[in-house]
Ligand binder design. Structure first.
Ligand code: PLP
Length: 399
């Protein structure tokens, strides 16, 4: 008998770890490594938010809070949904957890029975399938290729829905592709989902505030008649550069919100009181820097997409949001690097790129789609310039 549980054995160690580990080793050996793998904004948390946290500490706001969020934070979240998404919720339809990932984990634990299916469009955020597996569910991966801008094709979706489908996960803007669903895209998907009232929708809106060129964000809960089956997850990590503070939230059916609180009451209790106070300021204070940061991300995206498309063998779409691009490296398959190693897969490509040029990116297969790689451009323009030059000369060196 093993001390490790069967459910834990079902999940794989993160496939991104190999690259990260290798990058760490090369760095330790004194090699110049530029990491384009990180999934977090490089900006610091804005000062007004930090000050709110300091004030919370000084005011003795350091005790247990309500399990699924302080009344003040729930109020700020209710107001956020009204103001930004024109959605009406009451405090008992809101839950707050230790990060958006925690909220998704709780939601799956609260709702999945053995064998329940969850449709996960690929390329996907690496945590979705493993969270579903941990909760005893079955991830049903639906590939969405480059020809459809990595977005769900509504007519394909129908084929993936079975009587066992409990959830479908939507993520726009997307990690890892940056793809954004327009209102029209979402309405087309909604038409299919309207025909299947047993399917719930988890909308991961964490990159809502990282969009470009006037892209108009729309979320599926805004669709009349579907809202009752939508759990909308969001958080402060990406919008406010608060990844380390660990606050995420969701709005949705009271029944699910209550079940999530039950799990939390027997596991983490409340999220940090100080981080909650800071999040009230994040959501209710000045939003000025959101635009400033999005402009800065857009400049980096413009540079990265152009530099990638200038490389023979690489092709890259120009996504409307998040801080990732997901270029194809299919044009380089079958070539050999200067050590004579043949590039047979995206994993070979990223490994060889790291070993030869010191650039760390993540292979597409880690996100469920072969033949691509993910670049995070949440790093300085200087780093990006150096990195893209190195990627370019690496690709030229392949023969
Ligand atoms: C970063 C991220 C999250 C959640 O991040 P938290 O820090 O846990 O709030 C959720 N979904 C996607 C796609 C992400 O990239």
């Amino acid at each position: 008998m093993s001390i490790i549980s069967d459910s834990l054995k079902k999940i794989k160690p993160s496939p991104t770890i190999a690259v990260t580990q290798k990058a760490r080793e090369l760095k330790a050996a004194g090699k110049d490594v530029i990491g384009l793998g990180a999934g977090e904004p490089d900006f610091d948390t804005p000062d007004n938010i930090k000050q709110a946290a300091i004030k919370a500490i000084n005011d003795g706001d350091t005790k247990y809070t309500a399990v699924d969020g302080t009344p003040a934070l729930k109020k700020a979240i209710v107001e956020k949904f009204k103001k930004e998404n024109n959605l009406d919720y009451t405090a008992d339809q809101i839950t707050v957890g230790a990060g958006g990932k925690h909220v998704i984990y709780n939601a799956m634990m609260a709702t999945l029975n053995e064998g329940d299916e969850v449709i996960v469009p690929a390329p996907y955020w690496v945590s979705y399938p493993d969270i579903v597996l941990l909760a005893g569910g079955k991830p049903v991966v639906m590939e969405c290729d480059e020809k459809q801008s990595f977005k769900i094709n509504p007519s394909d979706l129908e084929k993936f829905i079975t009587p066992k489908t409990k959830w479908i996960i939507l993520n726009s803007p997307s990690n890892p592709t940056g793809a954004c669903y327009s209102e029209n895209d979402i309405r087309e998907i909604a038409k299919v989902l309207e025909k299947h009232p047993h399917v719930y929708i988890l909308s991961d809106d964490i990159y809502e505030h990282v969009t470009y060129e006037g892209f108009k964000f729309f979320t599926i809960a805004q669709i009349e008649g579907l809202k009752e089956r939508v759990l909308t997850m969001n958080g402060v990590s990406k919008a406010y550069s608060m990844t380390g503070w660990r606050i995420g939230y969701a709005a949705g059916p009271k029944e699910i919100i209550k079940a999530i609180a039950k799990i939390q009451s027997q596991s983490t209790t409340n999220p940090s009181s100080i981080s909650q106070a800071a999040s009230v300021e994040a959501l209710s204070g000045t939003q000025d820097f959101i635009k400033i940061r999005a402009d800065s991300f857009q400049k980096r995206r413009d540079f990265v997409v152009k530099a990638l498309n200038d490389i023979d063998g690489i092709e890259c779409l120009n996504p409307d949001g998040a801080f990732y691009v997901f270029p194809s490296c299919k044009g380089l398959m079958g070539k050999k690097d200067t050590n004579g190693k043949e590039i047979k897969s995206d994993t070979d490509f990223v490994q060889s790129l790291l070993e030869n040029s010191g650039i760390a990116v993540v292979q597409g297969s880690a996100f469920g789609l072969e033949g691509f790689f993910r670049i995070s451009y949440a790093t300085s323009m200087d780093n990006l310039k150096k990195a893209l030059e190195k990627i370019s000369s690496f690709c030229k060196s392949l023969g």
